[in-house]
Design a protein around this ligand. Structure first.
Ligand SMILES: [Zn+2]
Length: 156
């Protein structure tokens, strides 16, 4: 299961009761993206939650694809955001705190660990493939990112 299937809206029940619509727990579910995309309903929730959710919309849902927000850009953007948090030196617990402070979202620590494992394995696969194809720059880039994800303190 992708990490984006396991990122949740904080207080989704109380947000739902502030709005006239159900805010699903998973922020990347179609219904939640739909609700966020038409930001009118967000006017009705408390200012702190609204500002953070609008920040989410601004950061991940402004790609302009014709099939937005179902184009995959929000998910890709959020995965990049998580990888950047990790490369910036945060552990899973601090990453979860950042998600909450930035976007009113949360995830479970075990799922964030799984996500980081998956990222490392995918980067290893990219390195191997790039190596086989003689794409040395790609290989080095993947290796550098992988090292930063495994051990952010190493600085690459
Ligand atoms: Zn898009």
């Amino acid at each position: 299961m992708a990490i984006t299937d396991r990122v949740y809206v904080k207080n989704h029940r109380s947000l739902s009761s502030s709005m006239d619509r159900n805010m699903p727990r998973n922020v990347f579910s179609g219904a939640a993206l739909d609700l966020l995309y038409s930001t009118d309903e967000l006017e009705k929730v408390d200012a702190a939650s609204r500002d953070r959710l609008l920040e989410f919309v601004a950061d991940f849902m402004t790609c302009g694809c014709s099939d937005a927000p179902y184009c995959g850009c929000p998910e890709r953007g959020f995965v990049e955001y998580l990888v950047d948090l990790r490369r910036g030196g945060l552990g899973p617990e601090a990453m979860i705190d950042a998600m909450e402070q930035d976007y009113n979202l949360y995830a479970y620590e075990g799922d964030v660990y799984d996500f980081l494992d998956t990222v490392v394995r995918r980067l290893e696969a990219v390195e191997e493939m790039a190596d086989a194809l003689g794409e040395h720059e790609t290989r080095e880039e993947a290796r550098r990112i992988r090292r930063e994800v495994v051990d952010p303190a190493s600085g690459g």
